[in-house]
Design a protein around this ligand. Sequence first.
Ligand code: ANZ
Length: 879
Amino acid sequence: ESQYNPANIEQKWQQKWEESGLYLTPENNTQPKFYALSMFPYPSGSLHMGHVRNYVITDTIARYKRMQGYRVLHPMGWDAFGLPAENAAIKRGIPPAKWTYQNIAQMKKQLQQLGLSIDWSRELATCAPNYYKWTQWIFLQFFKAGLAYQKEAAVNWDPVDQTVLANEQVDSEGRSWRSGAIVERKLLRQWFLKITDYAEQLLNDLEKLTGWPERVKLMQANWIGKSVGAYLEFPIVGMEEKIGVFTTRPDTVYGVTYVVLAPEHPLTPKVTTPNRKEAVEAFIQEVKGESEIERTAEDKPKRGIFTGGKAINPFNGEEIPILIADYVLYEYGTGAVMGVPAHDTRDFKFANENNLPIKTVIVPEGEDGTKPLETAYTDPGIMINSGQFDGMPSTEGKTAIIEYAEKQGYGKARVQYRLRDWLISRQRYWGAPIPIVHCPSCGIVPVPEEDLPVKLPEDVEFTGRGPSPLARLESWVNVPCPSCGEAAKRETDTMDTFIDSSWYFLRYTDANNDKEIFASDKVNSWMPVDQYVGGIEHAILHLLYSRFFTKVLRDRGLLNFDEPFQRLLTQGMVQGLTYMNPNKSDKDKWIPAELVNPKDPRDPQTGEPLQLVYATMSKSKGNGVAPEEVIAKYGVDTARMFILFKAPPEKDLEWDEADVEGQFRFLNRVWRLVAEFVEKSSPRGKKQSKNQSPSSKGRNPKSAVLLEEVQEACGGFAKIEKDLRRAIHTAIKEVSADLEGDYQFNTAISELMKLSNALGEAKCFDSPVYAEGIEALLILLAPFAPHIAEELWHELGHDCSIHQQSWLQVDSSALEVDEITLVIQIMGKTRGTIQVPASADKAALEKYARESEIAQRHLQGKEVKKTIVVPGKLVNFVV
Ligand code: ANZ
């Protein structure tokens, strides 16, 4: 065909690849493995540009690795449980399963348009019984290991609809999405996974993740939040009980001027004196309405109140007041802190705002602490006002104080993590049911493994009111106890959907196994994932939970590796142009383009002038570009090329139609280059090219033989051919380097453009070097633009797929420069230049220079006294 028309070739090749099973995963031991994985999508209904970018990046890597000789696992699936399906059921009466599977079908079609080299035979959906059967099985393994337990925890409670709400169903004002009622907190017995048992490992093993962005590792470390310090006990005046605090600064304990309890602390009502009762209760009521973020925000004043109770600092016997304050969180540490205003910024502020005494106990060397403090002194220093510890450096004081407290029996060393156990119970329908039965006589009984899956019933009603649909279905809830056979009840909570995604990457290695979760040889030989690609929004929870699951399953003998993801690439956002009113709040400042006159962009409400800026594409901003529209206009190869070319994968990408067109033009140029070559190269050249046997090992050996033959016959290549060969092998070298390491697709594509320019200039159609160049261009292009590369490859006369070709090897001799420019000087003055062989040594250089026309002319009648030769650069004659 004379014209590049993507519509004519893309679908055709997608179909052929599918029919020939080109992307099925090879299972053999002869090739090294490579596991390329994109974070699987939630089936919301349609693919957006962020998805496209994610999958195109992974696909390009997968294709490159295949051509390099790896057996590649590149699967896809659906993170298919979750709230939106249930909301659709409540709002529109569509069963969650139907809604979900419709969306999957729709999105799969869109995905297939992208020409991804996915092994669809391993597709999975987390909502399918043959998947969640194993999710439940994993829960049972956790339960057996003592890592799944129940305890009371707070949920969002809608008092009007009498139902539990997910966080996403509570708006920013704290109201229910459906009833509009102010949401309350309610305590329920819920299931937890003991991730805190693995806190230390999850932290330490971050070190092994050399292929992860530093920023992600830091986010994980902060989330785990390890603090090393002490647990100290303060006796309460007039009571048996003591207040235990966790502190990272035991060296400041002589500076304690008060103790603070979290308002929710069980000791709060006990230490409160009758005259303070009313005020304290009012304060507690107030704090209840605040979120954790509000309570701990740096810029908010710290509010607290005196309880009337007193404690004793066991180190010096001083009596100190007991307060409650909003900034002390009940869930962290012991839910109580010792207040040291002189040495803690937050305590300093709190003490000043609440008129509490400030006592300096650490000073910089040489000071005596009499100078009043303007801010808290938080650095290390020398201990003062600290009894027997006076004069000791505070860093040593930490251990000394702990040792002393231990001897005296009121304290010990303690490590504290910010990480809390994972609350996995959800009071909703569209999730994996927790496989537990509650029996009046046997208590909590796990469902026997052979009875899995505990299937979701279909005859349920969705009202958004009252208990969850599962809890209301008597016929499902009432079961005989698996242990004693008496009447018992099923657990009606389902699991957090993060559980489903914490192990899906394991299942892909043996996705159709109906006997076991996965065969151990398969999972252990494919894992860990060699390259994981996904959004930064999963930097903490999804990745941490997946790491946690991996470690637990390893400890249960199911896996033989420590970490699931060897390398992680977090791709940047795709941004689109959008109108913005800089004077409005973040939420309201985006103005959809259809409301704006582009000639004079103004806010339709206020008339203020608008700015046109790049911002992450989103529905609410209305600045998205629909993948299918781009594909319809330019074809998917152009869309892929643009996405890979416009920005390095980890950076944000600004959508720009002009650059999309630029890539379309480039592919057109490639098309014309090949068409011209096929047309103009001599019949012999064409025949040679056609006859090349499909070979999956090395580049076509025949063309290599041919090159040597020609070289011998002609006594080497002409200059134009040498230059072209250098361009070809430079491209091979650079593109390969860009695809190793950091996946710099953008510079790789620039190299392809350079090669196409070199071919366009060389025009030596009959030279075997030209044929080599055309083939190299297509092979190097194949991972990026798989359809056009395949079409043109066949146009050259090959029968096999370009995607089964081997990646190209650099011929380093082709990179050699064989001529250099030599400067000729007389008495240091440049008189001209000549071309000389690059291999010439000092003596030869001098000879070339002396015999050159330039030297002859300028040296006529003069005697050369000395010659200075700078190899590779110049020859200077001194006369
Ligand atoms: C006294 C002290 C003196 C403290 C000082 C710090 C500096 P990280 O590193 O985050 O673990 N703290 C302990 N439990 C708390 C809770 N439930 N709510 C709010 N704050 C709490 O911080 C530990 C420090 O945070 C502890 O050390 C405690 O204040 C406070 F010069 O104790 B510190």
